[in-house]
Design a protein around this ligand. Sequence first.
Ligand code: ARG
Length: 447
Amino acid sequence: MERINASIDFDRRFWREDIRGSKAHAEMLVATGILTAEDGAAIQLGLDEIWGEIESGQFNFSRALEDIHMNVEARLREKIGDAAGRLHTARSRNDQVATDMKLWCRGAIDALETALGALHRALIDQAERNAETIMPGFTHLQVAQPVTFGHHLLAYVEMIGRDRGRLADCRRRLNECPLGSAALAGTPYPIDRDMTARALGFDRPAANSLDAVADRDFALELLAAASICANHLSRLAEEMVIWTSQQFRFITLSDAYTTGSSIMPQKRNPDAAELVRAKIGRILGAFTALSVVMKGLPMTYGKDMQEDKEPVFDAVDSLGLAIAAMTGMVADMQANPEAMRRAVEAGFPTATDLADWLVREAGLPFRDAHHVAGRIVRAAEERGCGLADLPLGVMREQHDGIDERVFEVISVDASVRARTSYGGTAPDRVREQIAAVRDRFIDGAGS
Ligand code: ARG
């Protein structure tokens, strides 16, 4: 029974939240006249001492005492005697654990938000360095159209921006205080729930006592937001694995984020990127685990809900580590513009520009222009050169309306420069976007 029942091995992790909650509760009990000032003072002092003991590693956690709440209360009794038993007036472990867990999740959200801010900064700085660096843009992992590396990185800036938004939403909805719901039905004592809510930084007390002890939406929301964020990190990590490969060589990661092979001296493996790519597994696993725990649970609290902690802790730890590693890699990576350009030229990515030119300048219907451009691509393929290196005569064999002005649009640089639509890849646009995301996500962040 002790082994299956006890949660102290993992819930000791939120001992700070537990003591903060108890101190706020005791203060309120004194203010409302439920507890004497002497008892209140003894409780505050005792809890402060326990804080010190746990912080300095002197506290003896006991499995027989089941969880952090009972461990702290038992120690308080050793210290101050009977007054310790009065702390639990008008409260239950059900509203206590819900409060602790919310406080812990709120702190985790704040830490993740700070970490994502640092990742944002690294991405934006790298995008700025590469506002003009031309690379292939891909669909189906086939070369599609030329883009700039800065533009590509800004795509991740948007994703991380949404991740931060989801965490902020979750925090806003989470911020209602369960304390004072007691076991499930509320309490006959004249408590002041607004006071404890305020003391613990909540916006208001949770409105329904049954819901307050039964709710773990905030943990699920955090895990859902974490899973989507891990998804984004996984995609970028996968791109880094591809980009660092011999076949691509679009970027180099330094020894700081790669490892050598124990047998093949030439190798530099992108282990950190691979691990970031993988973390989604356990993070989404945590979301799945807790969703399955919560589904079908009748109102209100069930001990099932003790199973919320380990998945949440592990997911938050894993995501924090993945964000930190990704931030390091983004700052560390060096773009290799020559390799990017070789790859882009080899893919005939300006064939669309050529077709568009035929529509505009030679009056062809787009369908026909598409065919002509396709034949010109084949001619370039046969000669082993890029579109812009084809002699005009070869192009004119496919359509005699083509003249030398076509070279203004079929170079890779011209193609990129031409994409000036809002959100497009033209370097001027990318620089505008960089200024805008700095304002949205760095300087103006939090507003
Ligand atoms: N350790 C428990 C948990 O984590 C605390 C709440 C226990 N409540 C109860 N009625 N047994 O969920």
